[in-house]
Design a protein around this ligand. Structure first.
Ligand SMILES: [Zn+2]
Ligand SMILES: [Zn+2]
Length: 419
């Protein structure tokens, strides 16, 4: 009988890693890092393969620490993982360039819905997860037993991506994320969020100020660029320079090279000679002159990355900082979110006189979206809930069991259970 070992990502967001042991093989689903403390799961590097759902740090960040012989992911994920690993190398020096190269050399890529027998008794297939470019839900056929590991999912369409596939084959065991798993986690619509973002930007630009938008390089950056450029093109937002900085430039290049994997509307735009992401002007000293502008830069939690260089602009009450995602405890982003009057990104203190606002553009489905997702896919016989804070994980396990009548478990890190 196959068993499942939960190495990480239980009752937490970070360090996702699940091992499946069968009679004839051993594989890992994701091998991520905890972004808050750089912790990695303890695993045996002699497993037959690691299957990666997508290129975010909490799903692939720990791979270069190990000498895995085989890594499977989608084609865009392989390109994006390189950016994630390089960013990690630059920030923490925790592994070497040669570790990244070895990991890439051992990576084999698949398209969505392409089947591949990866060990004697396991066949693999990826479905679109709707979360970031190349993101996948992992479908396994283990000697006739069917497993779906959702990875991070979004069941609603965004400007960049089509919604997660729900036309999945039959499922015996579902392993599902629960980032917004509590019934209280109801998020505003995309449209409402966009309007809020544009109103905040317009207010500052009208007053002759500058807007700084810290973003995550993969996913968030591209969506923000799409929204801003769209409003500028349609004349609803004043045409001011939009500057970019950090690894989001490279990541956006990868988005542009995989148009077939994105929302088809983007491909149409390119065919009509519109660059959906705008011209990607690299930020330079001109961001400090008098003219109003928008600066989009990594890192998303204001924890290092080139965005730190622009924080001195917050000395002026005319300028504004817009946070676009979750800010973990202990990050400069969280300090700003909580109203810090003074920050120290480098040696000198900077008084914060500019306004700081947060508009959360999540790449995860909210509670209603998660429930809709489960109702749309074939009903599983059993479910495991992972990838959520404790309260979210437990609430969502309760939701699945009570209202959908599916036996559901919320394992902790270290749990070993029959599949
Ligand atoms: Zn993710
Ligand atoms: Zn994640």
């Amino acid at each position: 009988m196959a068993i499942v070992r939960f190495h990480g990502g239980c009752h937490q967001i970070g360090m996702s890693c699940i091992e499946i042991d069968t009679k004839k093989s051993r594989i890992l689903l994701d091998c991520g890092m905890d972004p808050t403390n750089n912790a990695i799961p303890k695993v045996d590097e002699n497993v037959d393969a690691v299957i990666v759902s997508h290129a975010h740090l909490d799903h692939c960040g720990a791979i270069p620490f190990y000498k895995f012989k085989k890594i499977y992911c989608t084609t865009p994920t392989a390109d994006l993982m390189y950016i994630t690993w390089k960013d990690t190398l630059n920030l923490s020096k925790s592994y070497k360039e040669e570790d990244i190269q070895r990991s890439l050399n051992n990576t084999e890529t698949l398209n969505y819905k392409e089947e591949k027998q990866i060990t004697e008794d396991i066949t693999l297939k990826f479905y679109n997860a709707g979360h970031i470019l190349g993101s996948a839900s992992i479908y396994l056929d283990i000697d006739g037993k069917k497993i779906l590991y959702t990875g991070d999912i979004n069941e609603t369409p965004t400007r960049t991506l089509l919604p997660a596939d729900t036309d999945v084959d039959e499922i015996d065991v579902l392993i599902i994320e629960s980032t917004y798993g509590s019934p209280l986690d109801i998020k505003p619509s995309r449209k409402a969020l966009e309007k809020q973002l544009i109103d905040e930007i317009a207010e500052t630009i009208e007053n002759g100020g500058k807007v700084i938008i810290p973003v995550f390089a993969i996913g968030r950056a591209q969506e923000i660029l799409l929204i801003i450029n769209n409003y500028i093109r349609s004349g609803k937002l004043k045409d001011v320079p939009v500057y970019v900085d950090g690894s989001l430039i490279h990541a956006t290049g990868i988005y542009m090279s995989y148009l077939d994997w994105l929302n088809p509307k983007l491909k149409n735009m390119v065919e009509n000679r519109v660059n959906p992401f705008g011209e990607l002007k690299k930020a330079d000293n001109s961001v400090f002159n008098k003219e109003p502008c928008i600066i989009i830069s990594t890192s998303g939690m204001v924890q290092g990355g080139p965005v730190l260089q622009y924080l001195s602009l917050l000395k002026s009450p005319k300028n504004k900082l817009i946070l676009t995602g979750y800010q973990a405890e202990g990050t400069l982003g969280r300090e700003l979110e909580e109203g810090a009057e003074e920050i120290t990104p480098f040696k000198n203190k900077i008084p914060v006189r500019g306004k700081v606002v947060k508009i959360e553009f999540s790449a995860h489905g909210d509670y209603n979206s998660l429930v809709r997702y489960i109702k749309k896919i074939p009903t599983p016989k059993k479910a495991f809930v992972v990838h959520g804070e404790r309260y979210q994980t437990l609430s969502f396990a309760m939701t699945i069991w009570k209202s959908l009548k599916i036996p559901t478990f919320a394992p902790v890190n270290g749990s070993i259970l029959p599949l």
